[in-house]
Write a protein that binds this ligand. Structure first.
Ligand code: NAP
Length: 488
């Protein structure tokens, strides 16, 4: 690990600073918080513990930068975004290393996230050029009616640890392209990726104050964001529990809020599915980021007639996954992000076993006990009274259950308060369409385990939140529509 950090140019692990108004800044009271490597449990960096004062300074900086940034042409803003995109790609190895060290994502997967994160900058650089207004037919001959779109102003992005770069650029890309400026509050477990990104923002010459990054005292930072009248829009990605609190908090200042929250994705394998493809898809969907994604398959429903064949194929593929230090390029499954995360996985598996689940592979903590590793696990004989069938596990555990017919599986798949992603595998076109339409989820993977791309809208229904990120839809939240009525 030390070997890896010696080669870093974007961030000095021994001297980490916040990024406010284009400058590297310590906390005003000198306090810090620790970032630990989940592979070893070791502290890798002390990060300034930003709080109210730093947040206020960041908001003021964003406010100062707003008029000039908003005045730039969309083409000029696009040039800046594309410069940062190019720098991200140039620094892919370094960004992936930082991410892997601070939150344990397997290195090769982290490289994939860097590309995915950069793709939001590419997409919104272009989408910003297509923020078209409208003209509306008037009711009298001497009137002309127009709609113009303008940036909402100062925005705040609150991001989770599981995609430290992509969840940030999915918000900053459209915000900056629309002409907004703002502040990012990264997760306390993964602030280093965001701060390394800030180094690229600086390198690209983005004007001071346009992007500010403040990590630290979560409650104080968030109070300032929600109470400061200058902040007009907040985009949050994280747990449903916190999302609900933020809805209440947003009322006082009537903040525009978008929420990308938790999920509990069903993964349905019909009798007519290509089983090899379905098993491969189930591995990709379930074990990505060691099972710590909001769109991970959390409940695998297999038609009873193909249960044995599917399970055999699936278990074989799971057995081939290599667990270990996330910086090892041959590893697919790194550690869980924290001891608490590991504890939750253990609790879900123990609960399932106590209620009759069969461990088909895995089922134990692994490694040297310093890192938070859990064996890729497959559970059979799973029933709906088990916690794993209703709560996000956020770990490498795949519960398999069976169904007899389409109506039953549609009912069970929809029988959740969440509504983020759902997957189905079938070769029957009729079934593909009717089941996709019947599933109450914002994203459907139809014979596709990894549907997320920058050009498509991503977001949830019900307790998975509201608003869409990605696609042409993703820039709307950062724009106000102003109606102008002209009498000649
Ligand atoms: P989390 O605990 O809700 O935290 C997310 C962010 O919110 C972090 O920056 C966190 O800061 C901050 N936060 C925590 N409590 C807060 C409060 N009371 N007020 C304001 N901010 C607060 O979620 P997480 O554990 O980091 O992330 C995992 C969750 O995110 C899962 O539920 C997952 O499904 C969801 N997720 C959803 C999507 C999506 O697109 N729908 C994508 C990725 C993840 P601290 O780190 O300092 O606590």
């Amino acid at each position: 690990m030390l070997q890896a950090t010696k080669q870093l140019s974007l961030i000095d692990f021994g001297n980490v600073k916040l990024f406010i108004n284009g400058e590297w800044t310590s906390a005003s009271n000198g306090s810090t918080f620790s970032v630990k490597n989940p592979n070893t449990g070791e502290v890798v960096a002390e990060v300034p513990r930003g709080a109210k004062e730093e947040t206020k300074a960041a908001i003021e900086a964003a406010n100062g930068a707003l008029p000039n940034w908003a005045k730039l042409t969309a083409n000029d803003r696009a040039d800046y975004l594309l410069k940062v995109r190019d720098l991200m790609i140039e620094h892919e190895a370094e960004l992936a290393t930082i991410m892997s060290i601070e939150m344990g994502k397997a290195y090769t997967e982290a490289c994939g996230e860097v590309k995915y994160a950069a793709s939001f900058l590419t997409w919104y650089a272009e989408e910003g050029r297509r923020v078209y207004g409208e003209t509306i037919p008037a009711s009298s001959p001497n009137k002309r009616l127009f709609v113009v779109k303008q940036p909402v102003g100062i925005i705040a992005a609150i991001t989770p640890w599981n995609f430290p770069l992509a969840m940030m650029t999915r918000k900053l890309g459209p915000a900056l392209a629309a002409g907004c400026t703002g502040i990012v509050k990264p997760a306390s477990q993964s602030p280093l990726s965001a701060l390394a990104f800030a180094a690229l923002v600086k390198k690209a010459g983005i004007p001071k104050g346009v992007v500010n990054i403040v990590a630290g005292a979560t409650a104080e930072i968030s109070d300032e964001i929600f109470e400061n009248p200058v902040v007009k829009k907040i985009s949050f990605t994280g747990s449903t529990e916190v999302g609900k609190k933020l809805v209440e908090k947003s009322a006082n200042q009537l903040k525009k809020l978008s929420l990308e929250l938790g999920g509990h994705a069903p993964f349905i394998v019909f009798e007519d599915a290509d089983l090899e493809k379905a098993a491969e898809g189930a591995v990709a969907s379930k074990f990505r980021n060691a099972g710590q994604t909001c769109v991970c398959a959390n409940r695998i429903y297999v038609h009873e007639n193909i249960k044995e064949r599917f399970t055999k194929l699936f278990v074989e593929k799971v057995l081939a996954l290599k667990v270990g230090n996330s910086l090892d390029q041959t590893v697919q499954i790194g550690p869980l992000v924290s001891k608490e995360g590991l504890g939750k996985v253990q609790e879900h598996v123990e609960d399932a076993i106590s209620k009759g689940a069969e461990v088909l592979t895995g089922g134990k903590v692994t490694g040297d006990q310093k890192g938070f590793y859990y064996e890729p696990t497959v559970l059979g004989n799973v029933t709906k009274d088990m916690i794993i069938m209703t709560e996000e596990t956020f770990g490498p555990v795949a519960p398999i259950t069976t169904f007899q017919n389409d109506e039953e599986v549609i009912y069970e798949a929809n029988n959740t308060e969440y509504g983020l992603a759902a997957y189905l595998y079938t070769s029957n076109i009729q079934r593909a369409v009717t089941v996709s339409e019947a599933l109450n989820f914002g994203v459907i993977g139809l014979n596709d385990a990894v549907p997320g791309v920058a050009q498509a809208p991503f977001g949830g229904m019900n307790h998975s939140g509201y608003g869409r990120e990605g696609g042409h839809q993703g820039i709307k939240d950062y724009l106000e529509e102003k109606y102008i009525s002209l009498e000649l």
